[in-house]
Design a protein around this ligand. Structure first.
Ligand code: BG6
Length: 506
């Protein structure tokens, strides 16, 4: 990788958690790999009245806590690249100070006008900050490019996403806007492209003729932690499915792109999202499940339910679990069900995509094979990143006893020391002007377009239950009914942990 051009990165929301936990550690990791621009500065921006020194101290503490590799010399070199400017995002005149700081640093460090503005702020500021930047001429690309990175969630529903997009596009060109989805920065998510398009053996099978169904799971063992306030207004569908999981669907289901060019890839993923069969009200009742974790004892330890979490309404209807079944109406996938699910307080943290292949047309060894007889390709996105192919093999000895065995690759087997964090890759790409791994406006709209009716129906139809599931279990038992075929269930990478088996309708 070559270093990006000289530039300044401005981070709005600099006193927030994301900056300290993810952005600064990712930038520091780029620093020690020699991947930051030769001439480079970071300006942290928030309302607090800090100065360069105090902000550097706070970032140093963040690195102490959240960076896996650090040494004193490189940390102090890196910290010297960090500056601070206080700005009230609501007040456009307060951006004059930022413009001044930018031009001062540009002169001092010999950097042209190349600037990225990273919005790591509450979503309510996603249209206001770019607007105020523009009012102060900070979007004008006369002495260098200007880019704006928008964190998720991009909108709250279809209409708000359209409004946000329109607001941004008044002052910014589409190729200046980078909508970040950190899942696209994960190595193993990018590896979906490589697995599919460098191995001649998979692509001929990657369609409705050979694939029985596709299953994508993103399970988390943590609850909502301190984010109850945010999560109440979001829920699993908005928080994980609208963005992360549908982006993974896009990569699994896309047609081979003509090239690795950003538009070529994004043209193909958007077609997938636009081809998802729209739900009718009846489909939503049959093909979607929502749940909420309730208190339970896990290995003797009591865990509170979602409604008892800080910042959560005690009568909340917000889902902490969502599972959907849907179809992609195109020639490749016609008739193949896609199942996706996500949840908090499940038994483990795992994100994986599983391609379930059809069984052989005539199975000679029925009766000799106790497990499911079809092949599965498991793409393990995290943790224990890797890829696993399950296939049947004869057990040594008399007769034809067949057992399912694994061909299993773990990234940890490679002699590389570490897998770069998603934010490292995405920050580097945005600094280099590569938007391949960022969601394009049309893809975000297509995802909302598909989910908007679900949000509406879940909100307005009292007949759609919200199932309570004990913390530490795999979500509502009802989710098993989505897969209505004999001998097929979700893949359960580990067992329920909860000692309580009480499921209920909330
Ligand atoms: C975030 C969600 O986008 O992704 C969180 O807001 C979730 O609720 C997180 O925990 C999961 O990310 P990862 O990388 O840990 O799978």
């Amino acid at each position: 990788m070559s270093r990006p051009e000289n530039q300044i990165l401005v981070i709005f929301g600099a006193s927030g958690d994301l900056t300290k936990r993810k952005l600064i550690p990712a930038l520091y990791a780029l620093e020690i790999q020699g991947l930051l621009p030769e001439k480079f500065a970071i300006i942290g921006v928030s309302r607090s009245g800090l100065n360069d020194e105090l902000f550097r101290e706070a970032m140093e503490q963040g690195l102490e806590e959240f960076s896996d590799e650090k040494d004193k010399t490189s940390v102090s070199v890196f910290l010297q690249k960090i500056y601070y400017q206080s700005v009230d995002a609501q007040d456009s005149s307060s951006f004059i100070g930022l413009a001044g700081k930018l031009s001062e640093l540009q002169t001092q460090l010999g950097i042209s006008g190349n600037t990225i503005f990273y919005l790591s702020t509450p979503p309510s500021l996603y249209s206001l900050i770019p607007q105020n930047l523009a009012k102060n001429g900070l979007n004008i690309q006369n002495n260098g490019w200007k880019r704006v990175i928008i964190e998720k969630p991009f909108g709250y529903d279809l209409q708000s996403a359209i409004d946000l997009n329109n607001a941004l596009q008044k002052d910014w060109l589409e190729d200046q806007i980078y909508r970040i989805d950190h899942y696209l920065g994960k190595e193993t998510v990018q590896n979906v492209l490589v697995t599919r398009f460098t191995n001649g053996i998979f692509e001929p099978l990657w369609n409705r003729n050979y694939v029985h169904h596709v299953e994508i799971t993103s399970a988390e063992s943590i609850g909502v932690e301190k984010r109850g306030g945010y999560y109440e207004g979001s829920g699993a569908l908005r928080d994980m499915i609208q963005n992360h999981l549908l982006q993974v669907v896009g990569l699994i289901a896309m047609e081979p792109p003509a090239s690795l060019n950003s538009d070529a890839i994004r043209n193909e993923t958007v077609k997938v999202l636009q081809s998802i069969r729209p739900y009718t009200a009846e489909d939503i009742i049959k093909s979607t499940i929502r749940g909420q974790y309730i208190s339970a004892t896990i290995k003797g330890e009591k865990h509170i339910g979602y409604r008892e979490e800080e910042g959560v309404n005690p009568d909340s209807k917000t889902e902490t679990y969502a599972a959907l079944k849907f179809y992609i109406d195109n020639w490749r996938w016609g008739g193949v069900p896609f199942y996706i699910r996500t949840g908090k307080r499940l038994p483990t943290r795992v994100t994986e995509a599983v391609i379930h292949f059809k069984p052989t047309p005539h199975y000679l060894f029925a009766g000799n094979h106790s497990e499911e007889s079809h092949n599965q390709l498991v793409i393990r996105i995290q943790p224990d990143e890797g890829i696993l192919l399950k296939f049947g093999m004869k057990m040594p000895g008399a007769g034809f006893d067949v057992q399912t065995v694994n061909m299993d690759f773990h990234y940890s087997d490679l002699s590389i020391e570490r897998i770069p964090a998603a934010y490292e890759r995405l920050l580097l790409d945005s600094m280099s002007g590569d938007s391949t791994l960022f969601a394009r406006g049309d893809a975000v709209m297509a995802a909302w377009n598909f989910l908007d009716p679900v949000l509406m129906e879940w909100k307005n139809n009292p007949c759609i239950p919200i199932h309570g599931y004990p913390a530490g279990t795999w979500g509502p038992e009802k989710a098993d009914d989505l897969i209505d075929e004999a001998n097929i269930t979700w893949r359960y990478p580990c067992k329920n942990l909860s000692d309580d088996g009480i499921y209920c309708e909330l």
